[in-house]
Design a binder for this molecule. Structure first.
Ligand SMILES: C[S@@+](CC[C@H](N)C(=O)[O-])C[C@H]1O[C@@H](n2cnc3c(N)ncnc32)[C@H](O)[C@@H]1O
Length: 227
C-alpha cells in the first residue's frame, strides 16, 4: 500500500500505539496503513460525512485481510467517538484548517485528554494553531515539514505539557525548524516563500498595515534561513 509523503509522515509521527483515532479520516488510508503495518492494535476511523466513511470502509475491505480492528464512526469531531482508556492511544487530526481543528479540540477537550499523544497537521493559520496548542497545555515535542505535490505541509507530534519556547520564531516555524531546514527540499520551499514575500513587498499599491506585516514576516524568514 502506497501513501503520499504527507500521510506517511502523519503515520510515522503516530508511530506504534494501542489505539489510533483519526478524526476526518476521509479515504481511511491512515488507520488502514497503521493496522496493515501492525503499528497499532485498533483504530477508530471517524468522519462527519457518510460518503468518506463508506469510501474508507471499502478501502479497508479491499486492502486489509481483516478490517475488524477498525471501527468506522460517523461523528462531528470527537462527539460520538468512544472515550479511550488505558495507555498509549494516539489522536490524529490532519488535512483540515487550523481553526476547525481548534474547534474540534475545544468542543471535547476532556475526551481529547484521554489520549497520550496527538498528531496534528493543520493546513492554515499555523502560527495561530501553535499559539492555541500552547494556551491549551499541549507541548509540541516534534515537528516535521514535508513537501507533497509541490505544497509544503507541517506535521506536529504533541503531548500534554508546556512549550517552554514562546518566541515569535517558535510560533511561526515550530520547535524543529533548524533540523528541518537541513533537508534540501524544505530549505528550498522556505527560500521560495521568502522570495514571494520580498516580491509582494516590492509591489507599489500596498496598504501600510499590509506592508508592515510583510516586512515583519520577511524579517522572520531571513532570520530563520540564516540559522
Ligand atoms: C481534506 S480531508 C482530510 C483527510 C485526511 N485526514 C488527510 O489528512 O488526508 C478532511 C475530512 O475531514 C472531514 N471533516 C470535516 N469536518 C469534520 C468534523 N467536524 N468532524 C469530522 N470530520 C470532519 C471531511 O468530511 C473530510 O473527509
Amino acid at each position: 500500500m502506497l501513501l503520499t509523503d504527507r500521510l506517511k509522515a502523519c503515520c510515522d509521527m503516530a508511530g506504534r500505539c494501542e489505539t489510533v483515532t483519526d478524526i476526518g479520516c476521509d479515504h481511511g488510508y491512515l488507520p488502514i496503513w497503521l493496522i496493515d503495518q501492525g503499528s497499532c492494535k485498533r483504530a477508530y476511523a471517524c468522519d462527519i460525512n457518510e460518503g468518506p466513511l463508506s469510501k474508507a470502509r471499502e478501502n479497508a475491505a479491499r486492502i486489509l485481510e481483516d478490517p475488524g480492528p477498525i471501527s468506522f464512526i460517523r461523528s462531528d469531531g470527537l462527539k460520538d467517538v468512544p472515550q479511550v482508556t488505558g495507555r498509549d492511544n494516539v489522536l490524529v487530526i490532519s488535512g483540515m484548517g487550523g481553526p476547525l481543528i481548534q474547534k474540534i479540540l475545544d468542543d471535547d477537550m476532556d475526551k481529547a485528554w484521554g489520549y497520550d499523544r496527538f498528531v496534528f497537521s493543520p493546513q492554515s493559520m499555523i502560527p495561530d494553531f501553535r499559539r492555541f496548542l500552547t494556551n491549551r497545555g499541549f507541548c509540541i515535542r516534534d515537528e516535521v515539514y514535508v513537501t507533497d505535490a509541490g505544497k509544503l505541509y507541517v506535521i506536529m507530534g504533541c503531548c500534554r505539557g508546556e512549550n517552554k519556547d514562546i518566541s515569535e520564531i517558535f510560533f511561526r516555524f515550530g520547535p524543529c525548524i533548524k533540523r528541518e531546514l537541513l533537508k534540501n527540499g524544505i530549505r528550498t520551499a522556505f527560500m521560495k516563500r521568502r522570495d514571494e514575500l520580498a516580491s509582494l513587498l516590492s509591489s507599489r499599491d500596498l496598504p501600510e498595515d499590509r506592508r508592515m506585516d510583510l516586512t515583519y514576516e520577511l524579517r522572520l524568514y531571513d532570520e530563520v534561513l540564516k540559522s
